[in-house]
Design a protein around this ligand. Structure first.
Ligand SMILES: O=CC(=O)O
Length: 322
């Protein structure tokens, strides 16, 4: 590895650094933009020639304008599974390689999706608040929940997260079907090419896909009305896959039975109307945040940078299709 060239630009401290510090990258020279007093564009201009590699956490958009300030950039390693913060066509045009989390987080995200769903059906968060507020002795019985087993669950996006969700919910006795770009030959769950049709035939939709131009606002009012008044939506993908305004409207007006949301359209802003609704469970984009998995992520990040600076194949390359 040619360490003299091994500069890595880090725009903001990624969650892996919160848990692992930056010692795992001690063989590289880290350029930490957030520690500089300079405005970002000046900081990038100063380091423009030396930066061949960048570490991103997914929170900072890597737009064509930012990438333009980095003419020597050849690699982006993102600690996210999602790629919606990166201008992919621009990376393809510039020949910039990308490595991401691949399926490192899939089990944790699937656990979270199932947790949110159970919470909505069995009202765990709302029961917790009922007990803490001292309402049990005065108000008596808590409202009935709804049984998970037997529910018809539609998985939107049967990638590695979706498959982990399916596996878990099958064990709970749910009936799984899915909607995806293409039918997956290796699973026997019923396939739907239309999300509306899937919603019509299901009690629950679990959004597990990535955010792209095709999936942006894919879950709109029509889909939620098709799911129905008892229907539940869980989102562990990205906020903007659901038209949030219409989700809020459907929940407030009783046109949708409940929601479990780990992601939102304008994070960290969450629509205030949701705070008053017991049938909604909210989480601050924490599905990937377990200590064990973030430690595994440090190894993957390190391995990708080592491979890049030694001219070896990346460990988790993203294939950029035309
Ligand atoms: O949301 C988190 C991720 O994309 O990894």
């Amino acid at each position: 590895m040619k360490s003299s060239h091994a500069h890595i630009l880090v725009l903001e401290p990624p969650p892996i650094m919160i848990i692992c510090g930056d010692q795992f990258l001690k063989n590289f020279r880290l350029l930490k933009a957030w520690e500089s007093q300079l405005p970002l564009d000046q900081f990038l201009t100063i380091h423009a020639q030396s930066v061949q590699a960048l570490l991103s956490s997914g929170r900072y958009s890597l737009t064509a304008d930012i990438l333009q300030l980095l003419p020597s950039l050849r690699l982006v390693v993102t600690t996210s599974a999602g790629l919606n913060h990166i201008d992919l066509p621009e990376c393809r045009r510039r020949g910039i390689s990308i490595a991401n989390a691949k399926d490192t987080y899939s089990e944790d995200v699937a656990d979270m999706a199932v947790g949110l769903l159970i919470d909505v059906f069995r009202k765990i968060s709302s029961a917790d608040s009922f007990v803490r507020k001292g309402l049990w002795p005065t108000k008596g019985d808590f409202p009935l929940g709804s049984k998970l087993g037997g529910k018809r669950v539609g998985i939107v996006g049967l990638g590695s997260i979706g498959q982990e969700v399916a596996k878990r919910l099958q064990a709970f006795g749910c009936r799984i079907s899915y909607c995806s770009r293409n039918k997956k030959p290796y699973v026997s769950y019923p396939f739907y090419s239309s999300v509306i049709q899937l919603a019509t035939d299901c009690d629950v939709l679990i959004v597990c896909c990535g955010l792209t131009q095709q999936t942006h606002h894919m879950i709109n009012k029509d889909v939620m009305l098709a799911l129905g008044k008892e229907g539940v939506v869980v989102n562990v993908g990205r906020g903007a896959i659901i038209k949030e305004e219409e989700l809020v409207q459907c929940l407030v007006q009783g046109e949708l039975g409940g929601a479990g949301l780990d992601v939102f359209e304008n994070e960290p802003k969450v629509p205030g109307e949701l705070f008053a609704l017991d049938k909604v469970v909210l989480s601050p984009h924490t599905a990937v945040r377990t200590a064990e998995t973030l430690i595994a992520m440090c190894e993957l990040v390190k391995g990708n940078f080592e491979a890049f600076f030694s001219n070896k194949p990346l460990l988790s390359p993203v294939v950029l299709n035309n």
